[in-house]
Design a protein around this ligand. Sequence first.
Ligand code: NAD
Ligand code: TYD
Length: 340
Amino acid sequence: MKLLVCGGAGFIGSNFVRQRVQENGDDVVVLDKLTYAGRRENLEDLGDAVTLVRGAIEDPVKAREAIGDGVDAIVNFAAETHVDRSISGPDAFVETNVRGSLVLLEAAREREVPRYVQISTDEVYGSIEEGSFTEESPIVPSSPYSASKAGGDLLVQSYFHTYGLETVIARGSNNYGPYQYPEKLIPLMMLSALHDDNLLVYGDGLNVRNWLFVEDFGRGISHILAHGAPGEVYNVGGPTESTNLDVVNGILEHTGKDESLIKFIEDRKGHDRRYSLGSEKVKALGWSAQVGFEEGLERTLSWYRDNPSWWHPIVDSADFREYYERHYKRPLTWREAASR
Ligand code: NAD
Ligand code: TYD
């Protein structure tokens, strides 16, 4: 296929592009703004199979340029994605996740793109104490991030109902794996442990997330791209539900570090207690998760251990250090630890 993958230089997008190029032989155009979270390096092993267009999805000229002579499908991963950043600065979230989705949908309609896949999140359903969300569950987002993702999803639905654009929405649960920007729980805790720094856990650490290895999400998206019914939503949930404390303890075990590194800090504002996603609908399309949490955690840790040349420039950057200090109200001391 010829695919336009928006946000393809980020964590999940670049893993998806790698899978499509290596397993399907696809020809891929990536449209990416290369924000702090997007990196050319994430795609550099893929050579000529990928063309990178640097630009924002909310720029209609760039969106048209990236579609070029036409594509078989658009898969939209482009988003501002970190809940904590959305709490301190929500504007960019609305601009990219809502307005950006609208501009892309309009470009897809105008150029008669045959298929549009929106990558969304379980967070649009809000928090659930017991049981699991289905695709019929009401949309009750809690954070500016999840509210902006919900806004994008509703626009996607409106383009199906109003214009007959062949849309599908894939709602994934929390992803982890190689190439994840180290502001998110799993890579941040892994790098903290490797540097003998504190693992900073919000609140009581008993919030539950439904962890999905990034390659499994990619396979789920491919199933939905190929077989999803137009206008439908598909949940793609991971095989494991864990409290944050269990995740952090698992990382300490895998790195051989002591529990005394765990430090409880002030809770996130509006912190969703539990996510749990029922995935029967995508399973009926033939998908199931292949990678268990233990294996995924081990593979992720090995990748971060083996690729310091990937994460060093990030954690040494002014952007990351400023973000870390502002958010955690303590300086990042890893450079000093590394040079000791
Ligand atoms: P990420 O932050 O690693 O990557 C986002 C990418 O989008 C980056 O390459 C960034 O440069 C690009 N981008 C940001 N704003 C842009 C804009 N205006 N125009 C063009 N490109 C822009 O995020 P991720 O974790 O890979 O998430 C990808 C998608 O999957 C998002 O839509 C997110 O909501 C969704 N999702 C993520 C998770 C998760 O656990 N990470 C779970 C479910 C769904
Ligand atoms: P995160 O990776 O930010 O994903 P999301 O908020 O989208 O679920 O956070 C996962 C969980 O880990 C969430 O309950 C918040 C918690 N968390 C911490 O306890 N400490 C941290 O430093 C971070 C980044 C997250």
